[in-house]
Design a protein around this ligand. Structure first.
Ligand code: DIG
Ligand code: MN
Ligand code: MN
Length: 392
């Protein structure tokens, strides 16, 4: 057993659509045979994963009969039982079928919006049947090219109505599920509504059952928006709204690459892991570490499992490096919070007339304060050296 081999306690999960991706892209046909969900469960268990996630259509092909659905689900449940694999998260495919070509919940056609609710309720039932307690919503078609097609405020209101309705459904069914909303700025639509995790956090505050709704940030999606993924995740964690997370790799300025975790921005990855694992202090994230990613199109099936093992191994290597960094005495000395016995009490605990008068009365030599060097060059060099493994 290697220190970086995954164990179930790591809570590593993969979507059926990730390791099951046959390698189709907008410019080419599939390069790998389609694997059955049951086989994917067994192979992921062999790799050391904790669980598997799914869209409804990943398991039960769109248009299947009720009896076919039941047969497929029964077989899948046997694969889960035989391997001990869990299903922490489920979601609905509201983006592949032509009916959703102009959105699902935000569509201008009431029949489309009704069909989206119907499909989602059935998918929530399936997720609950498989034990999922997190339900993700990614609005892959909730957007526009011809923006004059609807008032954006109407689109947002329609999505709020749908989520309020579905929160009501989950509560009435007693499923004990929480919803996690996933943002993306664009692709496959020209622009998507609610494009970043920040937009989602505000949108959640406008929902009737906001307490049961959080976010599912994805590395690639915030990177596509040119934002710091770490800052977006931190803002969600600070409000206890990080209900799930999609880990992968992404080069800025590209389409949604969904690359192997840690294969691109390793500094961003170790800074993320410091946050998630709590090595920098503060509460750690307790949910699944989900890799919403897929192998390069160049790969055969063996390459797919190299990809899956690489995601988990890199995460564990960077976790070990993050622990070493945050326990390095020189690092700790450089990032210890500055204290001032006279000023600190004035900055915490809210406003008072006394604090305002005291702050106005402070004599602070701005020129003198400005002279202090922060030593961030040394701090970042230490991070780089821990990352490169030359400092332990
Ligand atoms: C894409 O990043 C989306 C879909 O794959 C899915 O709906 C969601 C689940 O993590 N991520
Ligand atoms: Mn993605
Ligand atoms: Mn995702």
């Amino acid at each position: 057993m290697n220190a970086f081999d995954p164990v179930s306690q790591d809570l590593f999960t993969f979507g059926l659509w990730t390791v099951g991706n046959p390698g189709r892209d907008p410019f080419g046909e599939p390069v790998r045979p389609v694997q059955s969900p049951d086989r994917l469960v067994h192979k992921l268990a062999e790799c050391g994963a904790y669980g598997v996630n799914l869209h409804d259509d990943d398991l039960v092909p769109f248009g299947s009969s009720a009896s076919e659905r039941d047969r497929i689900v029964a077989s899948f449940k046997k694969a889960l039982a035989d391997t001990g694999m869990k299903v922490p998260m489920a979601t609905t495919n509201l983006f592949s079928q032509p009916i959703f070509k102009d959105g699902a919940f935000s569509s201008n056609d009431p029949k489309v919006r009704a069909f989206a609710l119907q499909k989602t309720m059935r998918a929530i039932d399936l997720g609950a049947e498989l034990g999922a307690t997190i339900y993700v919503f990614w609005g892959g078609r909730e957007g526009t090219e011809a923006d004059a097609c609807r008032d954006p405020r109407t689109a947002i209101a329609r999505m709020r109505d749908a989520l309020d309705f579905l929160c009501g459904y989950v509560k009435e069914q007693g499923y004990g599920m929480r919803f996690a909303l996933e943002a993306k700025p664009n692709e496959p639509r020209g622009d998507l509504y609610l494009p970043t995790t920040g937009h989602m956090l505000h949108f959640i505050s406008t929902l009737r059952n906001h307490e049961m709704v959080g976010v599912n940030p994805e590395v690639a999606h915030e990177t596509m928006a040119g934002l710091s993924f770490v800052h977006n995740v931190a803002q969600a964690m600070e409000r206890d709204k990080l209900f799930h997370i999609d880990l992968n790799g992404q080069k800025i300025g590209r389409y949604d690459q969904d690359l192997r975790f840690g294969s691109e921005d390793q500094k961003g990855a170790i800074l993320l892991i410091r946050l998630l694992e709590g090595t920098m202090g503060g509460k750690r994230y307790e949910g699944p570490r989900h890799f919403d990613a897929h192998a390069y199109r160049t790969e055969d099936e063996a390459g797919v499992w190299d990809f899956a093992k690489g995601c988990m191994r890199t995460y564990k290597i960077l976790h070990a490096r993050a622990k070493a960094f945050d326990s390095d005495p020189e690092v700790m000395a450089l990032i210890t919070e500055m204290r001032d016995a006279q000023i600190d009490p004035l900055l915490h605990g809210g406003y008072s007339k006394q604090k305002a008068q005291a702050l106005k009365g402070l004599s602070i030599d701005a020129a003198q304060v400005a002279k202090r060097g922060l030593r961030y060059e040394r701090l970042d060099q230490l991070l780089v050296e821990h990352l490169l493994g030359v400092r332990s």
